[in-house]
Design a protein around this ligand. Structure first.
Ligand code: KG4
Ligand code: ZN
Length: 325
């Protein structure tokens, strides 16, 4: 192989994912096991970390083997192994990390520690060859941040959520409305179910004022919005039956040049951000939805980016700078 090849492993939350990507951005192989359905059916409907850990343990070996065989390579062909080391659920991260370190030792390969948000942010350079610097909005189940990406590992944080992440808010609203019991949504994440059902509603039916509209900085807040929606649901439950579609399309009405992370797979939110970006005369770029939600490709690609930039191979694990200088 004349190209650099990186195996990426992602287990930060509830997806066990792996991929092999080369220097040109070609994906040689990938595999993924999603735990979404299992977690949706637990008592709380949220992720139970020890359950996630157990499922990662049961699947990691098979997922990595499937990835390598789909790629038609053996571990000895790899230039390095990249793995998400933070942020995420400690129990979940631990499974991917110890499995990778085992491979690293066995095949004597360099190890590249990957920051999950850096991987979400750089995915666009795999699909669109965007140059630094660029603005990125990362919206997912665990995070919400706006940053100027000046280099592979050089992020200037411009704003963040002061409370919960937008995906977390959507998941809570979805649980409150038991969307999992809807026959079309039984395997969908909360955010995806909301996108699906919101198509039935008119977003202007309820007058919801998103919080922080007049704040003079780039921070975000989502608990306020969640409380407004919660109150609306309680009120509607008391009145007549509730109009889920109407509530959901209002919930999706939140509003950068690159947007990524699980919530960025929402076509409504993408369209809204596109309008904002166009008004500021910039183009909005999004990876395709399957690369916005957690996946192994983004981790492998982050490994390629770090190899090319001569960054963070085996050392520098704590050196990823996310705070303004
Ligand atoms: O990036 P991701 O896969 O995992 C984290 O790093 O958090 O994002 C998962 C989040 C979940 O909260 C899920 O409800 C949300 O992304 N999500 C969506 C959609 N698909 C997934 N939110 C809105 N619309 C979607 N289509
Ligand atoms: Zn993520």
């Amino acid at each position: 192989f004349c190209h650099k090849l990186v195996l990426g492993i992602e287990t930060s939350c509830d997806d066990t994912a792996a991929a092999v990507v080369d220097e040109t951005g070609s994906v040689l192989g990938e595999a993924m096991h999603s735990q979404t359905e299992v977690h949706l059916n637990t008592v709380t409907g949220g992720i139970v970390p020890p359950v996630a850990q157990q499922l990662h343990r049961e699947n990691i070996q098979r997922i990595v083997e499937e990835t390598l065989s789909a790629s038609r390579i053996s571990p000895s062909d790899l230039s390095a192994i990249a793995t998400t080391i933070k942020p995420g659920l400690a129990l979940s991260l631990g499974v991917g990390l110890s499995f990778s370190l085992q491979l690293v030792k066995q095949f004597k390969k360099p190890f590249i520690p990957v920051h999950h948000m850096e991987a979400h942010a750089l995915t666009i350079r795999l699909t669109n060859k965007v140059e630094f610097p660029f603005l990125v909005l990362l919206i997912s189940g665990g995070h919400c941040l706006l940053a100027l990406v000046r280099g592979v590992s050089d992020f200037l944080l411009l704003g963040k959520s002061l409370d919960i992440a937008p995906g977390d808010m959507l998941d809570k609203v979805a649980r409150r409305l038991s969307l999992i019991r809807h026959p079309e949504c039984s395997t969908m994440s909360g955010g995806k179910a909301i996108e699906h059902l919101a198509k039935e509603g008119n977003r202007l039916h309820f007058n919801i004022n998103p919080p922080m509209q007049n704040a003079k900085n780039c921070d975000f807040s989502f608990t306020g919005l969640q409380h407004i929606i919660d109150k609306l649901i309680t009120h509607k439950e008391k009145e007549e039956g509730i109009e889920k579609g109407q509530i959901l399309s209002s919930a999706a009405d939140i509003a950068a040049a690159v947007v990524s992370g699980g919530v960025a797979s929402n076509l409504y939110i993408r369209k809204a951000l596109e309008i904002v970006a166009n008004a500021a005369q910039c183009t909005l770029l999004c990876p395709p939805p399957r690369l916005c939600t957690d996946n192994g490709i983004m981790v492998a690609w982050n490994g390629i980016e770090r190899l090319r930039a001569g960054l963070g191979v085996l050392h520098d694990v704590e050196d990823i700078r996310y705070e303004p200088k």
